[in-house]
Write a new protein. Structure first.
Length: 149
């Protein structure tokens, strides 16, 4: 049980880091495209600033949003695994991708068609975030008790 909780927390932190890192890097790339001076120091401190403020400051902490989405998706994946014969790593990877896809695609519906996650404003950004969710779900599936097919 503790290993499952640890695995869930680790995968949630991993996905959150990828999500915020992608958002910061796309903002930095935009600044570079308009000839703003962006150094490694600016990128590093912007990433640290975003990691803290997107999780502590603001109305909706990103880690809370990711935690709720993954919790629902992983519980549903566990229920489905009772009836479907599939390895954990693939089932939870699919669940993680679906959780982040739901967050990225449904959040604009709740906020007047605005993408509040800057990295999700393009189709490539949405794709990267969904793949990040799949990687985190795969990490979770590999860390919990292995299930042979």
């Amino acid at each position: 049980m503790l290993k499952t909780i640890y695995s869930f927390i680790l995968s949630t932190i991993f996905i959150t880091f990828l999500l915020i890192g992608q958002t910061t890097s796309t903002n930095m790339l935009w600044l570079l495209s308009i000839d703003m001076p962006v150094t490694f120091t600016v990128i590093f401190f912007s990433l640290m600033h975003d990691l803290i403020n997107m999780n502590v400051g603001g109305a909706i902490p990103v880690i809370g949003l990711v935690t709720v989405g993954l919790l629902i998706a992983f519980i549903l994946a566990r229920i489905i695994l009772v009836w479907v014969s599939m390895q954990n790593k693939y089932a939870y990877a699919l669940a993680g991708g679906c959780a982040i896809a739901a967050i990225v695609l449904l959040m604009p519906l709740a906020f007047y068609n605005l993408d509040l996650i800057a990295g999700a404003r393009s189709i490539y950004g949405k794709g990267f975030l969904i793949i990040s969710g799949m990687l985190g779900g795969h990490l979770f599936g590999c860390m919990i008790k292995s299930r042979e097919v």
